[in-house]
Design a protein around this ligand. Structure first.
Ligand code: ZN
Length: 281
């Protein structure tokens, strides 16, 4: 093999160091709400997987580029992103927010700062606060590194997942691709649904509701949203519910937290964090 200096430097920058970083960071970690969790992949790897998955969704789902709808979704998302605690180190992240023209009641966020909201979800929510509950929940899955945890679990049980390959060639086998997408919570697009676990759902609920209150969205609307989502379901539950299963206790838990969160919400409003995204609808 005849490697000149330049490609070699690039190899170290783009492949060797990220992999080394991954190996050093790998192992047991503690989630934001204190659960112990196995994380085998570095943030660099997870961001690359998130970005690639997002590109795939964009390639196969029409994007709604309407001004009004994009301003509305951006208004809610940015108010939440602004309040992500500094400890996550995501302040400087450039978040990409897309509205997909699709009747599925769905929304997602993936590592690398990507948020997708489907027009079906926008039709379902009653107001900005319910949309904030959805997006806050999704952002919280990213903050708590749930896709890394889900993927790590699959890596432990399946020897076929070769992620190094993804960073080397940007190409992976179809089976691995499905595993990656489903770990991101995007499996429904590919017929492989991997529901988040109860503990991940609880954690995303709690962190998401904290985030919405601190951003000046009414935390009471979180339980209203899930009650509505469950009722909408009937015999064919919204797509969102298949990857985000609702424990029966969810509405109660979110309702019980309201007393604790109302002062935070009121303080946010008093300090001028009073989003008026509904005016853009
Ligand atoms: Zn969820």
């Amino acid at each position: 093999m005849n490697l000149s200096a330049k490609p070699l430097a690039r190899f170290f920058r783009t492949t060797f160091f990220p992999l080394l970083g991954g190996a050093l960071l790998a192992g047991c970690a503690t989630s934001p709400t204190g659960e112990s969790t196995l994380l085998l992949n570095s943030p660099t790897q997870m961001n690359a997987i998130g970005e690639q998955s997002f590109e795939q969704i964009k390639a196969k789902t029409p994007i709604d580029s309407g001004d009004k709808v994009n301003r509305y979704v951006r208004c809610v998302s940015e108010a939440l992103i602004d309040r992500i605690p500094a400890s996550y180190g995501l302040q400087s992240e450039q978040w990409e927010i897309r509205v997909f023209k699709d009747d599925a009641v769905n929304a997602f966020a993936v590592p690398g700062g990507k948020i997708g909201v489907y027009t079906g979800m926008l039709k379902m929510v009653d107001n900005q606060d319910q949309l904030a509950a959805v997006i806050g929940h999704e952002i919280s899955h990213v903050l708590a590194q749930h896709s890394n945890a889900r993927l790590s679990q699959q890596q432990v049980t399946s020897t076929g997942l070769n992620l190094a390959n993804l960073l080397l060639t940007n190409r992976v086998e179809a089976g691995t691709q499905q595993a990656l997408m489903s770990a991101m919570g995007l499996g429904a697009e590919y017929g492989v649904i991997l529901p988040y676990s109860r503990s991940h759902e609880r954690e995303a609920d709690v962190l998401g509701q904290d985030l919405m209150a601190d951003a000046g969205f009414d935390p009471r609307e979180a339980s209203s949203l899930w009650r509505k989502m469950a009722a909408e379901g009937g015999s064919a539950p919204p797509e969102f519910m298949s990857t985000h299963p609702a424990p029966t206790s969810r509405v109660t838990i979110l309702g019980d937290r309201v007393n604790e969160l109302l002062p935070i919400y009121q303080q946010a409003r008093a300090q001028g964090r009073a989003p008026q995204c509904d005016a853009l609808r």
